[in-house]
Design a protein around this ligand. Structure first.
Ligand SMILES: C[S@@+](CC[C@H](N)C(=O)[O-])C[C@H]1O[C@@H](n2cnc3c(N)ncnc32)[C@H](O)[C@@H]1O
Length: 246
């Protein structure tokens, strides 16, 4: 009996989390992509394995994650992804990349890395940004630079909510976004997708619990409301107003 013909080895790749899947969906197909803070390189491996990107560069500032990235790529037999060690966008040469992804890190760090390399950033076709914290600071940078926000999506992943922003980083006049738009997201507000409405409810419940705790502290000490309590109240009022708008 002839020996069975071996079928091609399937790429050994874990499925992407809902968060990273939303990031992958935001990347224009066929782009050359740099993933800054690549860590495990799952995003680039997934995109290359599906032929969704022309080439990838994974960047990380420390060697440990780059070792992890190398193992992911080797185990899955992925070609066309280069790994570089360095700070933010510094390891990139002008014109070699179309899209930069900054995902899974704090918003303040994302802002700092973008501010450090204005010429490299403003030559890109797109930025895909997924800040874990300080979404407002990232939106503020986009508005101040007059960059165009072309996509804004909220995703829920294992009980946590994440925002994915797609930006065309061409400098223009600063955008005059309202406070509601800066805090809650101009496109999220316009689209009112079910996940965004779920986040508004979740955020309101969280803010109301924090207000109760802050109120107890202020009753105990017999003093007026603290600046934090005032900020929480303003936030809760904003969430109420947006939730009850038609
Ligand atoms: C929590 S991981 C996120 C991994 C992946 N991007 C994701 O979304 O799942 C953040 C990674 O960013 C890297 N990082 C932090 N600061 C950096 C910098 N200045 N330049 C490049 N990488 C950085 C860290 O070493 C870490 O591997």
């Amino acid at each position: 009996m002839p020996a069975p013909i071996p079928s091609p080895m399937p790429a050994r790749l874990r499925p992407l989390s809902a968060r990273l899947h939303a990031v992958a969906q935001a990347i224009p197909p066929g782009s050359r992509v740099a993933d800054v803070g690549t860590d495990h390189a799952q995003l680039l491996a997934w995109l290359r394995a599906r032929g969704r990107i022309a080439a990838g560069i994974g960047i990380d500032v420390v060697p440990g994650p780059l070792e992890h990235a190398r193992r992911t790529l080797t185990a899955a037999g992925i070609e066309g992804v280069e790994l570089r060690q360095g700070d933010g966008l510094a390891p990139l040469s002008p014109g070699e990349i179309d899209v930069v992804v900054l995902a899974g890190m704090g918003g303040a760090r994302i802002v700092r890395l973008l501010q450090a390399q204005p010429a490299r950033v403003e030559g890109l076709r797109a930025l895909v940004l997924q800040p874990n914290t300080d979404w407002i600071g990232v939106r503020r940078l986009v508005a101040e630079r007059g960059w165009r926000l072309t996509g804004e999506r909220m995703v829920e992943d294992r009980g946590k909510f994440y925002v994915v922003l797609t930006v065309t980083p061409r400098r223009g006049p600063a955008s005059a976004w309202s406070d509601d738009a800066l805090v809650l997201g101009p496109r999220l507000l316009a689209d009112r997708a079910p996940t965004f409405v779920a986040w508004l409810r979740h955020e309101l419940a969280r803010t109301e619990r924090a207000l109760v705790r802050a109120g107890r502290a202020h009753d105990r000490c017999d003093v007026g409301p603290s600046p934090r309590e005032v900020a929480l109240r303003t936030h809760a009022e904003r969430l109420h107003r947006v939730l009850s708008a038609p």
